[in-house]
Design a protein around this ligand. Structure first.
Ligand SMILES: [Zn+2]
Ligand SMILES: [Zn+2]
Length: 346
């Protein structure tokens, strides 16, 4: 089969591009299924490995890609409950099922978590082998290609907004980095759940997309250098809930200055920089800062139900399609901010 292989070392892209090459088709181990990939989303986390030098848990050569939809091609020994030919999305976060976190219902924090496209080969290929428990059947009318974005973009945003942010109808939610797959999915989910949404981003065309997805107010960081003043002007006491999809310290610092007393700041963006928080404000205003790591299986099921009811629209987030042969060009466009969520269709 064909696969786009990251040869490493971390941080060497684009000088050393991904190599689209023939590799042996994986065989599903007992308990696994082989999925024929219909689409695989490109995530900024991939660029962290490729360009920024973060080390993936599995040393290269590695097939990246963790936002996958496809059809079940072959069952490994002992697999029940999934059928050959069935359309599925793949949960990329693979918990062990046995540790204290898994038993306690927070399997996203599993001690022995494996991640598709990071600790084992992922979806930038024609086929991927995954545990059968990670292959989640799609409802009959769901679009196979675009549904890939339900796994990371929507699943992670749902977990952050609903499970950690405890979003309620009537909340005023400021979403930072409402410009990529996660941020725009979060706009859709927050609107579907009855919140007023302030979308914060940089590029006007992406903010226009946030508007199409229902955002009530748009704030461009280019036009509003004093962002927190604008948020206070719009909200009075501040946002009830601030969600960061950017991983940028200045956005989280802004959230600390514009979230109302007793409110929540949930951080699902990934970054390596440090943020300083004035402790007197944290104590006196009694706001919470919560990290949000991927999602639990139950979050994915709820996202699928929302998509089935038409409450969210994954196709609106999946802005571009690329053949596998153009994978390097596709990541270049992601790096330059020219796509919302790009899908590689092998
Ligand atoms: Zn991701
Ligand atoms: Zn575990």
């Amino acid at each position: 089969m064909k696969a786009a292989v990251f040869q490493g070392p971390p941080g060497s892209w684009p000088a050393k591009p991904l190599v689209v090459q023939e590799v042996p088709r994986p065989e599903p181990a007992p308990g696994e299924v082989l999925v024929r990939v219909a689409a695989c989303g490109m995530c900024r986390t991939d660029l962290e490995y490729m360009k920024e030098g973060m080390r993936p848990p599995k040393a290269p050569p590695l097939v990246l890609g963790h936002e996958i939809s496809g059809t079940v091609e072959k069952l490994g020994d002992g697999v029940e409950g999934v059928k050959e030919g069935e359309a599925v999305i793949v949960a990329f976060s693979l918990p062990c099922g046995r540790c204290a976190f898994c038993r306690g219902g927070t399997e996203n924090l599993c001690e022995r978590l494996e991640v598709v496209g990071a600790s084992r080969d992922g979806g930038m290929a024609e086929y991927v082998a995954v545990p059968a428990s990670a292959a989640i059947p799609l409802p009959p009318r769901a679009p196979l290609v675009e549904s890939a974005v339900l796994t990371d973009s929507f699943g992670t945003s749902y977990h952050a907004l609903v499970h950690l942010g405890a979003i309620q109808p009537g909340d005023v939610v400021a979403i930072y980095g409402a410009s990529g797959g996660l941020g725009l999915s979060a706009v859709q989910i927050a609107k579907a759940l009855g919140a007023t949404v302030i979308a914060v981003g940089r590029q006007p065309w992406k903010l226009a997309k946030a508007k199409e997805m229902g955002a009530d107010y748009l704030l461009s960081t280019l036009e509003h250098p004093q962002l927190e003043k604008e948020i206070r002007r719009l909200t009075g006491e501040g946002a009830t809930l601030s969600l960061d999809a950017s991983g940028a310290p200045e956005m989280i610092a802004c959230a600390c200055r514009s979230t109302r007393p007793g409110g929540k700041i949930v951080v699902m963006g990934y970054g390596v920089k440090t943020v300083s928080v004035p402790l007197h404000r944290l104590m006196w205003l009694q706001y919470s800062i919560l990290g949000a790591r991927t999602y639990r299986l139950v979050d994915l099921k709820r996202v699928l139900a929302m998509a089935e009811k038409g409450m969210i629209n994954p196709a609106a987030v999946a802005s571009h399609r690329f053949p596998l042969a153009e994978v390097n060009e596709a990541y270049r466009m992601l790096d330059e901010g020219k796509v919302l969520r790009g899908l590689v269709v092998p």
